[in-house]
Design a protein around this ligand. Structure first.
Ligand SMILES: Cc1cc2nc3c(=O)[nH]c(=O)nc-3n(C[C@H](O)[C@H](O)[C@H](O)COP(=O)(O)O)c2cc1C
Length: 217
């Protein structure tokens, strides 16, 4: 009987790099492989900032792992890998790669294309290594989510909660990166004004932090 392979299965079998999917408006990421070569303690013992990236795309499975560590869900009720004060998840994660800017849709474990093109230089104010990292994660506060919940907090407390949430996210990503032998560097120096424009972020959203992840020399 003639076997018909789906495009995604064929791509997975061929280990097509993440960038090869870039033309698609929506990318369904592979299921995250939970087993890893390193224990949590081993990953902690290796954690450090890396700045010697090589411009090489991650495999889809690696990108999936990094995004899931950043903002993925880990329970059927939609709660996430990382904690959030009052259960109000106010952080969106964007992935800026050689091919474009994507929003990580954590509920569906998908990437949604926002803008096509290499905008990695806009994720920094001049640190060249960021332009080579396979992916620059951008952590964006979306204060409007508070208005969709019964929870409330003064604006400055919401902002503080958002920054604390990002602190948890960057550490999870750092550990996940170590399990894949990838480097990472958290970055506060970002060209926020330009990135906000190309990522089509509404005025109320705040770019809090960036994190470069990729292969290193
Ligand atoms: C909130 C925050 C912002 C940072 N911003 C930058 C940055 O813009 N550029 C950079 O190269 N490193 C940045 N870092 C990384 C620190 O420089 C680094 O963590 C520190 O020097 C300690 O080194 P280690 O991470 O290797 O232990 C940042 C780290 C944090 C937590």
């Amino acid at each position: 009987m003639k076997k018909i392979l789906s495009a995604s299965l064929l791509a997975a079998m061929l280990f097509v790099p993440a960038s090869s999917f870039a033309a698609q408006d929506e990318i369904t990421l592979p299921t995250v492989e939970i087993k890893s070569k390193l224990s949590v303690m081993e990953a902690l013992s290796k954690r450090k900032s890396d700045r010697n990236f090589v411009d090489k795309d991650l495999k889809p499975a690696q990108l999936a792992k990094i995004l899931w560590a950043a903002n993925g869900t880990n329970r059927p009720d939609g709660k996430r890998v990382n904690p959030a004060a009052l259960g109000v998840y106010s952080i969106e994660v964007y992935a800026v790669t050689r091919e474009g800017i994507y929003l990580y849709d954590e509920a569906n474990h998908k990437l949604k294309l926002i803008a096509e093109g290499d905008f990695r230089p806009l994720t920094t104010t001049g640190q060249e290594f960021a332009t080579k990292a396979a992916v620059n994660l951008i952590y964006v506060e979306t204060p409007e989510v508070w208005s969709n919940t019964k929870r409330n907090a003064p604006r400055e407390v919401q902002f503080s909660f958002a920054n604390i949430a990002v602190g948890a996210m960057i550490q999870s990503v750092a550990l996940a990166a170590e399990t894949e032998g990838l480097g990472n560097c958290v970055r506060g120096s970002i060209n926020r004004d330009e990135l906000k424009k190309v990522a089509k972020l509404s005025e109320d959203k705040n770019i809090l932090l960036a994190q470069s992840v990729g292969f290193v020399k």
